[in-house]
Ligand binder design. Structure first.
Ligand code: ZN
Length: 394
């Protein structure tokens, strides 16, 4: 027995329906009932019948143009592509040309991302870049309209689009809940009848294997548009008590210089403990998955109402604060895996006016994840230097 939608073969997830005398899958029941061995019905959506083009606020850099040409080349060869780009390198702008070319060939394009908040953000950016297209967001709270010229949705919503897309772009494939979730992976595969374009800052081992086997073409972009190298963190190993003292001491310095700090801690409890200490000296707030008014806290931080924002890994992606420095307390905790650490350090130096900054990892021991994070960042910086030299020689 097999569920054709989620790929489940585990009998404990199948249930028998005596009225219809058939078995159905309980594993993916949240996406509507599907019977065992029932084939996936393709669903065709309207294709766009106008010719489109896109407009960017800033022109693409040479490195972005090179990456864009490579993507075009591989897609033209009929391959699936993985874009391995540093945080802040501008990967969304890179894929706009592919979106344009597919739509202009009368093909259907989808853009799927793990997190709802980012779906809404990308939808806005796409609508601005393609003013002639009807761009829609499909995610929790936005499910009334499910078809448009360009569909931006969460990975979960892909179940609505069986075999619908000729080009499916998947962003943040390294993030929860997509990473290591075979059910979502299956649903995503069923949504695409054509080619796939993956975007990530931290490819996992499975993806690296596909690249080695040649199933996936690799395009790298490690240079940020401002051309400054990625920030490599400074690692300080010391006992937790001294980590506290270090934090208070460096926050004093940063406050004097008017620099805000994002302080990452491993758990919600440690976030509240940290606030109880820091609020004696600084203006601070806590941001975790339990925070009720998330948008307001971020807006206040942007307004510089706080010296420091104490947060869990929930803020590792998507947030851009001008000129912020980061500190990780207990960076050797198991929640801080390599992918997380790279995302967190990627928050620093994103702004074109403030392209550099500081990242500090505080820990009692240097874990393999910390070492891997540092060597990945160093490799990305070296690769940028090599490209620059090559371009100079040419
Ligand atoms: Zn299923």
């Amino acid at each position: 027995m097999e569920c054709k939608r989620c790929g489940n073969q585990d009998t404990k997830y199948f249930a028998y329906d005596p009225f219809h005398e058939n078995w159905y899958c309980r594993k993916c029941i949240a996406f509507g009932r599907i019977n065992v061995n029932e084939p996936i019905q393709s669903k065709r959506y309207q294709t766009c019948n106008i010719q489109c083009h896109y407009e960017l606020e800033y022109p693409l850099t040479n490195a972005q143009l090179r990456a864009m040409r490579e993507i075009r080349l591989y897609l033209d060869q009929g391959k699936d592509v993985l874009v391995y780009a540093a945080c802040g390198a501008g990967k969304t702008e890179l894929v706009m040309e592919s979106i344009m070319r597919f739509i202009n060939q009368g093909k259907k394009v989808g853009f799927a991302i793990s997190r709802r908040q980012v779906v809404l953000e990308i939808k806005e950016r796409m609508a601005k870049a393609f003013p002639m297209l009807h761009v829609i967001a499909v995610c929790e709270g936005y499910t009334k309209e499910t078809d448009g010229d360009l569909i931006v949705c969460t990975m979960h919503q892909l179940y609505r689009y069986p075999n619908a897309f000729d080009l499916l772009i998947m962003d943040e494939v390294d993030a929860f809940p997509y990473r290591g979730n075979p059910m979502l992976e299956q649903i995503a595969m069923h949504a695409c009848q054509g080619q796939k374009l993956f975007l990530t800052a931290t490819p996992d081992d499975a993806m690296k294997e596909h690249i080695q086997k040649g199933d996936l073409a690799l395009v790298e972009l490690f240079q940020r548009p401002h051309g400054f190298p990625l920030i490599v963190p400074q690692v300080i190993h010391t006992l937790p008590l001294f980590q506290y003292l270090y934090i208070v001491h460096s926050l004093h310095w940063h406050k004097r210089e008017g620099i805000q700090v994002l302080l990452f801690v491993p758990t919600i409890e440690s976030a509240h403990r940290m606030r109880n200490v820091l609020r004696c000296f600084f203006q601070c707030a806590v941001f975790t998955s339990k925070t009720v008014d998330k948008e307001a806290v971020i807006a206040d931080f942007h307004q510089k109402l706080y010296d420091v924002l104490i947060c869990t890994t929930i803020l590792e992606r998507g947030i851009t604060i001008r000129g912020v420095h980061i500190i990780i307390y207990q960076a050797d905790h198991r929640v801080f895996q390599e992918a997380s650490l790279i995302q967190i350090i990627g928050r620093v130096g994103r702004n074109i006016q403030m392209p550099s900054g500081k990242g500090i990892f505080l820990c009692t021991r240097v874990t393999k994840d910390i070492q891997d994070c540092i060597s990945s960042l160093q490799k990305m910086n070296e690769s940028v230097e090599n490209h620059d030299t090559k371009e100079l020689i040419v």
